[in-house]
Design a protein around this ligand. Structure first.
Ligand code: NOJ
Length: 537
């Protein structure tokens, strides 16, 4: 936070100017040779994160779990799965991370548990078990089918019949992930305590999984059909507008209570995971500081890599943000194809510059800093239940979850055992150790972009203003009290230019060697080049 003085730091908490790095713990670093990453492994790799300059890690779930959805099916929200370590390992990780100035954000999964969770095992025992109402049970429809048309995100109906008790239970995701009934105050009270538990243990915030799902229509009315759905092309999950199976107005009251609890601890952050239209997303900021600090903004993941499309998206997002709402941007995560595979290696450099120069908190997915690509997974090695349910449709998430590539040693330095997913074939070349030594590498570019952002309040916290550009060029200004920057990105492979009366010097280029070069008048860009220009005052 070198460039941001103490007064600014007070007005702008760390989660505004900080860079978040997502760790998928199964795949980051294994410390015990079982082929699955763990908390000790993360701790051993904190040096990389500190060197890179990130401010916080968000760690995907490490709680006890049968791992049907790799940790998003929890059997104890207050523990650590033995595959990942122990609570002592968690404490040691937090202590070491904090000593390095790195905050620790956890995944909080309120919508569902594992079907092996003791609550659900009790709940399914009988219709009048005291835990019955902790989950969402309904009688079959008159024809014996599911109570309504809601769909599971991973394929098929969101309802599964429990033969023994003759009722269906709701699962917005896998049938092994039954939805909790947040309309039951006992459920809410117990689940809010989970946030308190981890905050007391030193967590700096939570990323709230699938938060819009937490409250569903009380009358369980059918979701309406989606008029824009293309059968055979789109994910069958998108056949309906999911406006009754989730995203209900009352969810904001629940989030307000999560937020109140978060705010009871200094300097913590509440981030919502919400895949929805931008207009709908904005509601999750809440009113008067009662919502998420920010709902994740996944536009860069979803949109085609096209300058005009992204320009329009950035302008639209900036214009829709409610007063005082802080923006954020995400390029990749454990649910979507890797950015280097989506846009290619040359544009991955441009994408990094975009992520670290837009206004708002950037979240970087592990391995994207070295350009890891989706790894093709042979059918016999498929792990992800989504791929198993709907094979061959490109929905599986294993390709973007493969082991981190640390060095050229066997299994890329990830494990001494057999890795749970195959390591990318290019690991001998695409790895942290090799790229650290290379001033032209993508890793070095990430480090330099993060350093520039952290040194320049205009980039970390300043205003954003659009710049009109044409063709493959995307351009905008970032402005602070003391400095102004022009960011110009060429999303095409041919040389391009940004007309204007620009005056300044190149602060950083995706192509390296231009730094310090004077800029006068029109700005020339090489193919797939992005530059940040420090404008003359
Ligand atoms: C969103 C998570 O990111 C994803 O990985 C998970 O499968 C679902 N929520 C269900 O928890």
């Amino acid at each position: 936070m070198t460039g941001i003085d103490a007064a600014a730091a007070d007005a702008h908490p760390w989660w505004k100017h900080g860079v978040i790095y997502q760790i998928y713990p199964r795949s980051f670093q294994d410390s015990d040779g079982d082929g699955v990453g763990d908390l000790r492994g993360i701790r051993a790799r904190l040096g990389h994160l500190e060197w890179l300059g990130i401010d916080a890690v968000w760690i995907s779930p490490f709680y006890p779990s049968p791992m049907v959805d790799f940790g998003y099916d929890v059997t104890d929200h207050r523990g650590v799965d033995p595959r990942f370590g122990t609570l002592d390992d968690f404490d040691a990780l937090v202590e070491d991370a904090h000593a390095r100035g790195i905050r620790v954000i956890l995944d909080y999964i309120p919508n569902h548990t594992s079907d092996q969770h003791p609550w659900f095992r009790e709940s399914r025992r009988s219709r009048d078990d005291p835990r019955r109402d902790w989950y969402i049970w309904r009688d079959p429809a008159p024809d014996g089918g599911p109570p309504n048309n809601w769909l599971s995100a991973f394929g098929g109906s969101a309802w599964t019949l429990d033969e023994a008790t003759g009722q269906y239970y709701l699962h917005s995701f896998l049938r092994e992930q039954p939805d909790l009934n947040w309309r039951n105050p006992a459920v809410e009270a117990e689940m809010l305590e989970v946030i308190r538990f981890w905050m007391e243990r030193g967590a700096d915030g939570v990323r709230v999984d699938a938060v819009q799902k937490v409250i569903k229509d009380e009358a369980l009315r059918d979701d309406p059909p989606n008029p824009d759905y293309h059968p055979g092309v789109d994910d069958p999950y998108d056949a309906q507008l999911r406006i009754l199976s989730g995203d209900r107005p009352e969810v904001h009251d629940v989030i307000a209570r999560m937020r109140r609890l978060t705010d009871a601890y200094p300097d913590r952050v509440l981030i919502g995971e919400i895949y929805n239209a931008i207009e709908r997303l904005m509601a999750y900021y809440g009113h008067d500081g009662a919502g998420c600090h920010f709902p994740y903004n996944f536009q860069l993941i979803k949109l085609p890599w096209d300058a005009r499309t992204i320009d329009e998206a950035v302008r639209g997002y900036e214009s829709l943000l409610p007063p005082g709402a802080w923006p954020n941007w995400v390029l990749g995560n454990h649910d979507r194809h890797r950015v280097a595979s989506r846009v290619g290696p040359a544009q991955a450099r441009v994408a990094a510059m975009l992520l670290f120069t837009l206004r708002g908190t950037p979240t970087l997915y592990y391995g994207d800093e070295i350009g890891m690509r989706d790894v093709p997974i042979p059918p016999e090695l498929v792990q992800d239940p989504w791929e198993k349910n709907l094979p061959g449709q490109g929905l599986g998430r294993d390709p973007e979850r493969t082991p981190m590539q640390w060095d050229a040693s066997p299994s890329a330095g990830f494990t001494t055992g057999e890795p749970w997913l195959p390591v990318a074939e290019d690991f001998a070349r695409v790895n942290v150790a090799a790229q650290r030594e290379d001033p032209a590498s993508l890793l070095t570019l990430h480090r330099r972009l993060i350093a520039l952002r952290q040194a320049e309040p205009a980039l970390a916290l300043g205003r954003w203003a659009p710049v009109d550009a044409e063709g493959a060029v995307l351009a905008y200004l970032r402005e602070g009290e003391e400095s102004r920057f022009l960011v110009a990105l060429n999303l095409g492979e041919a040389p391009a230019r940004l007309a204007g009366d620009w005056a300044g010097e190149v602060a950083i280029s995706t192509h390296g060697e231009r730094e310090g070069e004077a800029v006068r008048g029109t700005l020339e860009l090489r193919g797939a080049e992005g530059v940040v220009v420090r404008l003359r005052a």
